[in-house]
Design a protein around this ligand. Structure first.
Ligand code: GP9
Ligand code: MN
Length: 432
């Protein structure tokens, strides 16, 4: 009911923080590229194998003076994996504790998603992905999010040719190259989301595309990861080279993020080897959940930002850079550039990270030193854990209520927000 939404809004109002005035609106009106880096973890940035960088193009981008790069940024997905990352990135709503929110609620629910909001600001919005349109119920969910266009596998030349695909879909080099052809034709300003897929478990690549040494952890499901990550990096580099030639590079803002881990916690000995450690504990595993988050724009004041945050924070951060007010929006994340950011990262299972303490799998650690800390005889930890846990639990349960109760349909406070007309969109190639 609308009373339930009032409770959610009251909770969000208690935790509301102002934007950073020196960044607000600095990217206003620019084209936006969102590049979803499949299964890409932060540890890959500047990582070397046999003295060679795995991802030279992404590393250069990460260190560019016009890139804001976050190095304490965590994935917060649950079982919905990619779709949870998308839900957070587009809506600042968490995925659900089980299953995929996009699959269960994407078709019927009301959302106030980034494409719909930017559509109202005069943007053309399009999503691109080299898999079939139905995966994670994207074909329906993107209508609810307000995407004008969704270019899925059918739209790409030769997509039926098995040599053009590996794993879940088109090879990233082909996918990004052909997507650029569509993007160039979009009316500007546009918001274009590109979801890559080659760097996906089980990290397979045809011989001719392998251009990097595998690691030798002895774990065969892990050792190909740097090879597909390197391939993703090359695809990204080729896209950037192309966009520089067309001029789109200069009048666009780029948002890059890794959606979730590539190497699961079932591979602890291999993780230890990759990190150069004898073994890994829960603190190392919490750190291993870090993924990249980078925003690049010409003239943007870049640098490596150590603020603690996660995927839920991407949308308010981007909105403010674009000069779109988030007042009245139902967002569970916070602008990572706000000087008042509370830096509380909530994992989908209720664990959390702050700059002071990390809670992971019922153990507590000093976030700075990595030392395990114990509740007993530690009043500072007790007080903080109680406060943070309550915030984490409330955030997750209120976000769940928004989705399971379809609460945004009751949102009367955002009078200016035109409701998305789902039936006005047709993503079927046959009708395009
Ligand atoms: C498939 C892709 C993979 O379309 O996006 O999703 P994931 O398995 O990473 O959740
Ligand atoms: Mn994924």
């Amino acid at each position: 009911t609308s009373k339930d939404l009032d409770k959610v809004k009251a909770f969000l109002a208690q935790n509301d923080i102002p934007a950073n005035a020196s960044y607000y609106g600095t990217q206003k009106g620019k084209n936006v590229f969102v590049i979803h880096l499949e299964s890409f973890q932060q540890f890959l940035i500047d990582y070397k194998v046999d003295g060679k960088e795995v991802t030279p193009n992404l590393n250069a981008f990460y260190h560019d003076q016009n890139t804001l790069s976050f190095d304490n940024f965590y994935n917060q997905v649950g079982q919905g994996k990619t779709s949870d990352a998308e839900m957070m990135q587009e809506n600042s709503l968490y995925g659900l504790s089980t299953g995929s929110a996009m699959t269960k609620y994407g078709t019927a629910n009301t959302f106030e998603a980034t494409p719909a909001i930017l559509g109202q600001q005069g943007y053309t919005t399009a999503a691109f992905h080299g898999d079939v349109s139905t995966f994670w119920n994207r074909n329906n969910t993107y209508k609810s999010f307000g995407y004008n266009y969704f270019f899925s596998k059918d739209y790409y030349p030769n997509s039926e040719n098995p040599n053009y695909s590996v794993g879940y879909g088109l090879k990233d080099k082909i996918f990004l190259k052909d997507s650029a052809q569509y993007i160039e034709q979009l009316p500007q300003p546009f918001y274009a989301k590109l979801i890559t897929v080659t760097n996906h478990y089980p990290y397979g690549l045809d011989k001719q595309n392998i251009d990097f040494p595998a690691t030798n952890t002895g774990d065969s499901t892990v050792d190909g990861y740097v090879q597909t990550a390197h391939y993703l990096d090359q695809s990204f580099g080729e896209l950037m080279d192309y966009l520089k030639k067309t001029g789109l590079y200069d009048n666009s803002t780029f948002v890059l993020y890794g959606d979730h881990y590539g190497i699961s916690e079932n591979h602890k000995p291999a993780i230890a080897k990759l990190l150069g450690k004898d073994s890994v504990n829960n603190y190392d595993l919490a750190n291993f959940q870090k993924v990249p988050f980078m925003i690049h724009g010409t003239g943007l004041q870049g640098g490596i930002n150590h603020t603690y945050g996660g995927e839920i924070d991407m949308m308010p951060t981007l909105m403010h850079l674009l000069g779109v007010s988030t007042d009245g929006m139902t967002l569970f994340g916070h602008d990572l550039l706000s000087p008042q950011n509370q830096q509380t990262v909530v994992f989908r299972n209720g664990d959390w990270v702050t700059p002071t303490y990390t809670k992971y799998r019922n153990e507590y650690f000093d976030t700075k030193s990595g030392q395990q800390v114990y509740m007993k005889d530690n009043p500072a930890l007790q007080a903080m854990a109680k406060r943070i846990q309550s915030y984490a639990d409330q955030s997750l349960s209120y976000s769940d209520k928004v989705i399971t109760g379809d609460l945004l349909r009751f949102d009367k406070t955002r009078l200016n927000f035109a409701k998305v007309n789902k039936s006005s969109y047709d993503y079927n190639k046959k009708n395009a």
